[in-house]
Design a protein around this ligand. Structure first.
Ligand code: NAD
Ligand code: ZN
Length: 360
């Protein structure tokens, strides 16, 4: 059975297209159309490269026999999103004598997308970067919107740039090798788009939860396309995060606090966001902004997607609150949250009383 490729247009300067569908990593014509010069570099990680880098290189080479294809593979995981890795990738670009018309292909999850995107933003003051996301989180979130960065010991994503991709190519078949827990983490971000802007999408997710967990290609493509369309619309209205783009942080203030408090080995990002969204919904209900029934509905959907919805046992509310005060997105003078106006509507609220936060 074949499924048509879905395309989502992203407005901006310059505009680009997100292509979604199975086996797109083998589509040499699609990949080669994006090239400007005769050099390309595939940047990937040690999990993803053995699975997919040969296929991407073969597809590109078949479509463009004259293309010089270089590769650079980093260790998998967040530990590769550093200035040292950035130096490694840019040194590889220098050794390969990549010029301004070269194209960098970021093949992997959000870590590789953020790192390679940042290297592309800086190399010769900016070369094309094609995002080839291989995690669901990268397909619906990190590859779209042009934010690139590396971490410092002092905090995540502290050094970076806005650098929109040349294109995004999301091969849904690549998700078959993704660990189930990573898939579910991506689904938390998918639910986020429904929660903050689209009640009908929440209904659709409810009806298709089993098909999503079973990794049905057509259902996944639909979920990714609808998520990307939401993110693209918000990013087009607020490319540099001066306002509305902050809505994409629904569930993230609580989520980051839980992630920070637990450190490595605890819940992962998507799981923390799932818990964070339920807490944000509960806080909204407590402040009289949203019906409690909607919180219940969101919670039930996340549970059906096998995501956690309660703060892990043993975490202290006071310490979580202290992390929230230090959050990069916090502003002086009060806690700032993306709160819920019920299914499908969110808004940013400053000055949320700490007592209310503590009690949820
Ligand atoms: P990740 O890149 O570490 O990937 C998760 C794990 O899955 C890794 O071990 C990776 O090697 C493996 N993997 C990836 N694709 C695979 C596949 N198809 N088959 C088998 N294994 C595979 O993590 P992530 O969750 O994709 O991304 C998290 C990063 O994204 C964070 O650094 C976060 O800051 C960033 N992020 C950026 C933005 C943005 O707007 N730029 C938005 C959200 C998140
Ligand atoms: Zn997130």
């Amino acid at each position: 059975m074949t499924h048509p490729t879905r395309e989502v247009a992203v407005a901006g300067d310059p505009p680009y297209t997100i292509h979604i569908g199975p086996d797109l990593l083998d589509d040499g014509a699609l990949l080669a159309r994006l090239l400007r010069g005769r050099d390309a570099m595939i940047v990937s990680d040690a999990h993803v490269a053995p699975l997919y880098a040969d296929r991407v290189a073969a597809a590109l080479q078949a479509a463009r026999p004259d293309l010089r294809i270089h590769r650079h593979v980093l260790p998998a995981g967040e530990a590769s999103k550093t200035l040292a890795s950035f130096a490694e990738v840019t040194t590889a670009l220098a050794e390969a004598r990549m010029r301004r018309d070269a194209t960098l292909f970021a093949l992997g999850g959000g870590v590789i997308g953020d790192l390679a995107g940042f290297a592309a933003a800086c190399w010769m003051r900016g070369i094309d970067c094609v995002q080839l996301p291989t995690t669901l989180l990268a397909m619906v979130d990190s590859s779209v919107g042009g934010k690139t960065a590396v971490d410092l010991p002092q905090g995540k994503n502290l050094v970076g740039a806005f650098h929109p991709p040349r294109a995004v190519i999301a091969d849904t078949a690549a998700l078959r090798t993704l660990p189930a827990r990573e898939l579910r983490a991506g689904l938390a971000e998918v639910v986020k788009y429904g929660a903050l802007g689209d009640a009908a999408f929440l209904d659709w997710l409810d009806a298709h939860a089993d098909a999503l967990l079973a990794m049905d290609d057509a259902t996944l493509s639909e979920a990714i396309a609808r998520s990307c369309a939401h993110k693209a619309a918000i990013v087009a209205r607020d490319p540099f995060e001066h306002g509305e783009r902050a809505l994409l942080n629904l569930g993230h203030t609580f989520g980051h606090a839980i992630e920070t408090e637990q450190g490595y080995g605890g819940v992962n990002h998507g799981e923390a966001v799932a818990i964070g969204m339920v807490l944000a919904a509960r806080l909204s209900a407590m402040l009289g902004l949203a019906p409690a029934a909607d919180t219940q509905r969101l919670r039930d959907l996340l549970l059906r997607l096998q995501l956690p919805v309660e703060v892990p046992p043993g975490l202290d509310a006071g310490r979580l609150l202290a992390h929230m005060r230090l959050d990069k997105k916090a502003v002086a003078g009060g806690l700032r949250f993306v709160l819920w106006r019920g299914a499908g509507r969110a808004e940013v609220l400053g000055d949320v009383p700490e007592a209310a936060v503590l009690s949820v």
